[in-house]
Ligand binder design. Structure first.
Ligand code: DNO
Length: 347
């Protein structure tokens, strides 16, 4: 296991120097942020991140994300060229020493929340999700101003996009994903890169858009589409764990050898399709973090780990979910779990 931390580049208030001081930290998770989805990243930009990281004593082996453009998910006439561009990014990243690429296949919206500063009893605040509130928002009216939301869509552009998706049901989305994987996975294998799809967050469809990377059965189907080890998963416990039907300990055990990247955070389920983000430890929320780590380690997990969304604590202001303090606490907690489980196992 290698402990990593997400870094949003030179503008990130959480500097590399701070990340370096978190015990157990081996490297950063980052991306080229100034190229639109579908574009090819320059080797210069990739190597700049690597150099910045290495100058700070950190590795750069994980990219999150190389975004998949909507045209690929829609499988339209622009898809073949965009898939070729995607493959080129994978080659370039592999050449620069990147070992793992995280991406997702969620139509239009990335992660969604209804509240960015939900107050918690201890004075912290964190992100929260309430389905009723989300569904009462109209994306076309610009109601959504959420963390994963790409604010660059024009109203017209968004309308067209939602319209294009009205013809895409889950089965069609699966087919488009398969086309993408069949092209990208062999290239990634050649480049020494593990591809790690991120589950849909939250793991159910909304606004009439299909979501398929959601549950045990679908993860199995995904892995079987291209049964190569480098066609793998980002095991995001906060995403999958939002559905009570997902047994994360069981899933972590079953998929451990195809999990290349683990986002290990806890959430508290507060109702039907309603949850809050909480501190990482088991007793803060609904997920058995110890059980998940134990299942991963026992079943041969060898990937990268990162703490995920943190709460805002100690007066910190910053990028929602991505402040320094609570994620640093999360990292050391997780490292403690891994140490204990690994040592137990070695006895
Ligand atoms: C949110 C993240 C996601 C994730 C992408 C991966 O905090 O986990 O935005 O990076 O879905 O492509």
């Amino acid at each position: 296991m290698k402990m990593t931390f997400r870094w949003y580049g030179a503008d990130d208030p959480v500097t590399l120097e701070k990340i370096r001081q978190i015990p157990t930290m081996s490297g950063i998770v980052s991306a080229v942020y100034d190229v639109k989805p579908g574009g090819v990243w320059s080797e210069e930009s990739i190597l700049r991140i690597k150099k910045q990281a290495e100058d700070a004593g950190l590795e750069f082996e994980v990219v999150e994300s190389v975004p998949v453009p909507e045209d690929i998910k829609l499988g339209n006439e622009k898809a073949p060229q965009l898939i070729e561009n995607y493959c080129e990014n994978v080659r370039r990243l592999g050449k620069a020493g990147v070992k793992c690429i995280c991406y997702n296949f969620m139509p239009v919206f990335d992660w969604l929340r209804s509240e960015l500063e939900h107050q918690q009893p201890d004075g912290a605040n964190a992100l929260a999700y309430d389905e009723e509130t989300v569904l009462a928002m109209d994306p076309l009216k610009g109601d959504l101003a959420l963390p994963g939301w790409d604010a660059s869509y024009t109203k017209e552009g968004l309308k067209e996009l939602l319209n294009a998706y009205s013809k895409i049901d889950e089965e069609q989305l699966w087919k488009n994903l398969e086309t993408f994987l069949k092209a990208v996975i062999p290239v990634a294998k050649e480049a020494g890169v593990n591809m790690a799809i991120h589950p849909d967050d939250p793991p159910w469809g909304m606004f009439g858009l299909p979501r398929i990377i959601t549950c045990e059965k679908n993860l199995r189907r995904f892995l079987d589409l291209v049964p190569e080890k480098n066609n793998g998963l980002t095991f995001c416990t906060g995403s999958l764990g939002a559905s009570k039907d997902n047994d994360l300990v069981k899933m972590a055990g079953e998929f451990a050898d195809r999990i290349h990247f683990a986002h290990l955070r806890n959430i508290k389920i507060t109702g039907d399709r309603q949850f809050q983000e909480v501190g990482h430890p088991t007793d803060c929320g609904s997920l058995d973090m110890y059980g998940i780590v134990k299942a991963l380690v026992t079943n041969g997990f060898e990937g990268y780990v990162r703490p995920d969304h943190g709460r805002m604590i100690w007066g910190e202001k910053g990028r929602y979910g991505y402040g320094l303090f609570d994620r640093a606490l999360g990292a050391t907690y997780l490292a403690g779990l891994f140490e204990a489980v690994e040592k137990d196992l070695a006895k």
